[in-house]
Design a protein around this ligand. Structure first.
Ligand SMILES: Cc1cc2nc3c(=O)[nH]c(=O)nc-3n(C[C@H](O)[C@H](O)[C@H](O)COP(=O)(O)O)c2cc1C
Length: 387
């Protein structure tokens, strides 16, 4: 993998290898994409305190996520249609994660099914649930995930209505998808991707087709999806889900300290401070700027993760300094997957590891568990983090 040094390199390669509509599906945010861009940009407002004259020979990057040892404090975020970035994308990303020693999260809206991923991996992965109106389907889905050995459930809290992403509408990728002649041209201009797809295990949402009532083909699938997101969903409905799950539960998509307090009061195991990678409420604050207030309120009561805009180990390091237990990465691994399949996901994780390790050393620290606000210079949100 010559000349791949950072996530931007993987991104450029992915753009050349993945058909435009699927590449843009990953590389976009909702509406004016303000929040999407802010997620990355706000990391630049945090500066490290470099320290010297300290023995930094024995550095350790390992931590525990939900009681499970991780080689670096990074997990793969749930991403729908992951299997459209590369043939069997979910299986390959899960295998790369397992070999690297970090959790992989399978999305409800994955192409490969829970069973496909379980059959091709040896350790438990995490599962993400979108709350849907069809309770029978959700109940069966949770049962399937538990039968597959999943012990950690992420419940996504910030998608009971869908933020509009203009590129998806333009590309005919909204529900129901609209076939365009340009799709053929996009696909034949990416022969490696297209040939791979001919050998792919699946091409449609594997957790849904053949499982949800009446969804046996792609036509029925899209109308089912369109009807399923539940705008009536509230905190009270979580109890029902909780009773169906034996393992740990992390609530994903928390951006406000008041909501984090509710999650802590209700006794959930963790939260992910997240704005869905800038794909939902455009104009919401970046995840990294939301993080410190939330950590201050609930960090002692539950594990606080964050995602959004992580493109390097330096970003991971900053999030840890701000008090995150760890981070989730979305697009960074998707670019690796689109560029080189499983090897690209491994490369993404190696980039994260090497740049995190280097940052840790320059801060004069030997263990990621010791990182704190004393290692950075930043203004709190109330002091004008966003200025
Ligand atoms: C292409 C794509 C698909 C996504 N699908 C899901 C999903 O199915 N479920 C979910 O909870 N979040 C989903 N997300 C949000 C991610 O889990 C995560 O919050 C976000 O990608 C983090 O931002 P980052 O991509 O800048 O790392 C998706 C994000 C992307 C980019």
């Amino acid at each position: 993998m010559k000349n791949i040094f950072n996530i931007e390199d993987l991104k450029n390669k992915a753009q050349k290898r993945v058909p435009k509509m699927f590449y843009e599906y990953a590389d976009s945010g909702s509406w004016n994409q303000e929040t999407y861009f802010a997620n990355q940009k706000d990391f630049g407002k945090i500066k490290f305190r470099q320290r010297v004259g300290i023995d930094i020979e024995e550095r350790s990057l390992s931590k525990k996520f939900m009681g499970q040892k991780v080689s670096i404090p990074v997990a793969l975020a749930p991403t729908g249609l992951c299997g459209m970035q590369h043939r069997d994308g979910e299986i390959l990303a899960a295998q790369a994660s397992e070999e690297f020693g970090v959790p992989f999260t399978l999305s409800t809206m994955s192409i490969c099914s829970i069973e496909d991923v379980a059959e091709n991996t040896t350790k438990p992965f995490w599962f993400q649930l979108y709350v849907m109106k069809d309770k029978k389907f959700m109940s069966q889905l949770l049962e399937r995930a538990q039968n597959a050995g999943c012990k950690v459930l992420q419940i996504t809290m910030d998608l009971n209505i869908l933020g509009q992403r203009h590129v998806d509408v333009r590309n005919g990728l909204s529900a129901p998808p609209k076939f365009q002649l340009s799709h053929i041209q996009q696909i034949i201009s990416r022969p490696r991707w297209a040939l791979g797809m001919l050998r792919a295990k699946r091409h449609f949402f594997g957790n849904v087709v053949g499982h949800a009532e009446g969804v046996t083909d792609s036509g029925a699938l899209w109308s089912w999806i369109g009807e399923q997101f539940d705008a009536r969903f509230s905190w009270d409905d979580l109890d029902w889900l909780r009773n169906q799950w034996n393992g740990k539960i992390i609530l994903k998509g928390i951006l406000d300290a008041d909501d984090a307090e509710i999650a802590a009061r209700l006794g959930y195991d963790g939260i992910v401070v997240s704005n869905h990678g800038g794909r939902q409420l455009d104009g919401a604050i970046s995840s990294i700027s939301a993080l410190p207030n939330i950590v201050d309120k609930v960090g002692k009561k539950m594990e606080v993760y964050m995602d959004g805009g992580i493109r390097s180990g330096q970003d991971v390091c900053k999030a840890l300094c701000m008090g995150a237990q760890g981070v989730l990465i979305g697009r960074s691994f998707l670019y690796g997957l689109g560029a080189y399949g499983k090897k690209g996901v491994t490369k993404c994780l190696e980039i994260m590891r090497e740049s995190l390790d280097e940052s840790l050393g320059f801060l004069g620290e030997n263990n990621v568990q010791d990182l704190g606000r004393n290692n950075i210079l930043y203004k709190s949100y109330n002091e004008g983090f966003l200025d």
